[in-house]
Ligand binder design. Structure first.
Ligand SMILES: [Zn+2]
Length: 477
């Protein structure tokens, strides 16, 4: 899984406690031999007779896990394909009420085992509040006010939000807190964000290279760059000083595979690829990336299970429905047209006034906040660059848990993080086929009943589009 969490140098950190499971996003196991009982003997008789035993095919732990996941998913899909049409429709329903109940309960009470997420409390707010908003569920006023009060206590007096009251301010939890407040959307929520202090905090987190570090003394990476730029854009404090040099750092993290790594010379990764591309759009510096190569890498991360993997040769995971799916959704708006794109190999800029530092070469300041606003006014230039129906199939059949909540993959437990990002990914895939002047997805672009349709999100920030537009008006005035 990927997580923009506190105290983790990599997005694939620990997650909400789930007994008896391995973190899905850990590093691939080294080439350990699989249990010999599950190996097939090579054709041609007993290998020990000709001394070929030493050359028996060896499968890595990851290969064995991959086979198990494929078998589990195939079993699920076989039931769907064999079912009568009416039963199929029921199987493909989004279990809204159950998800709403799971997420709402979590906002009011969490088990003691959640103490391990004590430094991630704004994240817990965001995963649940955003998940509910995507499901078009409104919170009652008291609960909203409690959340606003809690996040205000997480806000450091010198700017930025910590993982809990009194904790060190951190860019990731600042992103989670601001996105939560924007999703709540009340004047009380939006005006609780101390923008002047937030700006000062961000300047302190800016490295001389131009990139950002997560917190005082913390790591510099693409995740820090994205969370800073996304928040600054959202609350309209992004300026040339914050923007300077960030694009060059992100461009230096694009790998030979086409995806973006957390830092230079590291491995391409779905979470960082989304973060890097979204930040580049908000900075108006997408042309510094090799977009066709990035799209190719992301598109080929969708596997036979129909969902996305986060890295090459890793297992499918529901949360990448958003990280990879949204990266593709962003690319669909950036491309001028596939033929033209492949000839030019670079996307067109949203504005022509900036130079290599993302600052104005003509002396005019870029209206950074408007870049995010204008982005959604552009229609998709081309249809889905991934199999959007297949992705919906994975989320609906493999990620949903009957009791409510969504998960990484069959066999895993549900958690709030995966519920949030599976729902965001489902929304992205439902709206990804809209082109031209169409105002809502057509039934043929939706899997299951049309009642599965979720609220549209703004893919640059991962907040519900309507909530984003209200916040944009608020912070523009
Ligand atoms: Zn995951």
């Amino acid at each position: 899984m990927v997580r923009l969490s506190l105290r983790s140098s990599r997005p694939h950190g620990d997650r909400a406690p789930s007994r008896g499971t391995q973190p899905s996003g850990g590093p691939p196991a080294s080439a350990a031999p699989m249990d010999s009982s599950s190996q097939s003997p090579p054709a041609g008789g007993d290998p020990s007779e000709d001394g070929a035993a030493a050359e028996l095919p060896r499968l890595t732990v990851t290969q064995v896990e991959q086979m198990k996941v494929e078998a589990r998913v195939a079993d699920i899909y076989r039931v769907l394909f064999d079912a009568a049409p009416n039963a199929k429709s029921v199987m493909l329903e989004l279990w809204r009420d159950q998800h709403v109940e799971y997420l709402t309960k979590g906002l009011r009470h969490l088990a003691p085992s959640f103490h391990v997420l004590d430094a991630n409390r704004p994240w817990l707010c965001y995963w649940m509040v955003h998940g509910l908003a995507v499901l078009d569920e409104t919170l009652d006023d008291d609960l909203e006010n409690d959340i606003v009060d809690f996040l205000s206590r997480c806000q450091d007096k010198h700017g930025g939000y910590g993982g809990g009251p009194g904790q060190l301010p951190h860019l990731a939890t600042s992103y989670a807190a601001v996105n939560t407040l924007v999703t709540i959307g009340s004047e009380r929520a939006l005006s609780s964000i101390k923008r002047d202090n937030l700006y000062k905090f961000m300047l302190l987190m800016k490295d001389k290279s131009g990139a950002f570090r997560m917190h005082d003394g913390g790591e510099i990476d693409v995740r820090a760059c994205y969370t800073a730029i996304s928040v600054a854009s959202l609350v309209n404090i992004l300026d040339d000083e914050l923007a300077k040099g960030v694009g060059n750092y992100i461009a230096s993290c694009q790998t030979y595979e086409g995806g973006i790594a957390g830092e230079p010379s590291a491995e391409a990764h779905g979470g960082y690829t989304f973060c890097g591309l979204a930040a580049m759009v908000l900075l108006n510096e997408v042309e510094k990336l090799d977009l066709p190569s990035l799209i190719g890498w992301v598109a080929f991360r969708q596997g036979v299970e129909c969902g996305f993997q986060g890295r090459t040769n890793k297992l499918v995971d529901g949360c990448y429905s958003f990280w990879q799916g949204a990266a593709i959704a962003l690319a669909q708006k950036l491309m001028a047209g596939s033929d033209e794109q492949s000839k030019q190999s670079q996307p067109s800029k949203l504005s022509s006034v900036d130079d290599s530092c993302g600052t104005s070469s003509s002396g005019l300041a870029l209206d950074y906040a408007k870049i995010g606003f204008d982005f959604m006014k552009q229609s998709n230039q081309i249809g889905p660059l991934f199999h959007n129906i297949a992705l919906q199939q994975y989320i609906l059949l493999c990620a949903q848990v009957p009791e409510g909540g969504l998960r990484d993959k069959p066999g895993k437990n549900r958690d709030h993080y995966h519920s949030c990002y599976c729902l965001s990914g489902l929304s992205v895939s439902q709206y990804s086929a809209m082109t031209g002047s169409v105002s809502c997805p057509l039934p043929q672009h939706m899997l299951g009943p049309y009642s599965n349709l979720l609220e549209q999100i703004h893919p640059l920030y991962n907040v519900v589009l309507e909530k984003y537009e209200e916040a944009y008006e608020f912070f523009s005035s």
